[in-house]
Design a protein around this ligand. Structure first.
Ligand SMILES: [Zn+2]
Length: 266
């Protein structure tokens, strides 16, 4: 109780400070999603990213020197997932470890440990249950700068963290508010997963990355990337999947893509 009071007071003080111009410039240069948000969504994202930057342990690995640009660019993309939530700051993630580029990690067996490894032994990112998120800076930056290509490492890894927040290892189902929402989620995500499996097996062109067929957890992470980066296409081609993600994230990115320039990227 006392700790949470202290934490709330610390956060209030932090957010009472003006948002630094340098950070606004970083958002404008490195995080294209920011420019699509409404003014109020931008303000929420700026607040959340400041808390993520201040409260997480940020570590450079493999010779990377941690900078404010790296923290802000990664935290802003992670915070995009939080725009619709109140008081959600990935509490299960204490550390964010960043390598300069894709890194080589020893092979590990993925069983019940709750670790999700992306990119084989030559990895771009990892999300550990009650552990760190590990990212390649080159890929995190590319995801922030490359508009609407459906590929976003930071969204992917932090979606795994949301997936694991219900106290289980990643299974493609994040905590949902109601039983009804849960049933609908299972129905839609299972059907969409099998549809992607069929399409990928037959070599058909797909909006969702075929990496999503690895398992339900990867399907949720890949769908999250698409939802935020290509929402109009998802709404058109996968309306039910779009619906459950809109309900979960409490955001409607297709709607804001239709009315660009609501906010500014400064
Ligand atoms: Zn993954």
């Amino acid at each position: 109780m006392f700790l949470s009071w202290l934490k709330r007071r610390r956060r209030r003080r932090l957010l009472a400070q003006p948002f630094p111009d340098q950070r606004a410039e970083i958002l404008g240069h490195n995080v294209f999603h920011y420019g699509h948000l409404s003014k109020s969504e931008q303000a929420k994202l700026r607040d959340d990213l400041r808390i993520l930057v201040a409260e997480k342990n940020w570590e450079g690995c493999g010779g990377l020197v941690m900078t404010d640009e790296i923290k802000v660019t990664i935290a802003a993309q992670a915070a995009l997932l939080l725009v619709g939530f109140e008081d959600e700051y990935f509490d299960m993630v204490q550390s964010i470890l960043v390598y300069p580029d894709a890194y080589v990690a020893p092979d590990q067996t993925i069983t019940k440990g709750g670790v999700v490894l992306d990119g084989d032994s030559h990895r771009e990112g990892e999300a550990w249950y009650r552990g760190p998120v590990i990212l390649s800076w080159a890929d995190a930056l590319a995801g922030g700068r490359h508009e609407a290509d459906g590929d976003n490492l930071v969204l992917h890894e932090f979606a795994h963290q949301l997936d694991m927040q219900n106290g289980r290892s990643a299974d493609g189902t994040p905590p949902l508010a109601t039983r009804q929402q849960h049933d609908r989620w299972q129905e839609v995500i299972t059907a969409e997963f099998h549809r992607l499996e069929r399409d990928c097996r037959h070599g058909r062109r797909t909006l969702l990355d075929c990496y999503g067929t690895e398992n339900m957890s990867e399907f949720f992470a890949v769908s999250t990337e698409c939802f935020f980066e290509q929402p109009t296409d998802m709404l058109q081609h996968h309306p039910q999947l779009y619906d459950i993600l809109r309900d979960f994230y409490r955001q409607d990115p297709a709607q804001r893509m239709d009315s660009p320039g609501q906010g500014s990227a400064t």
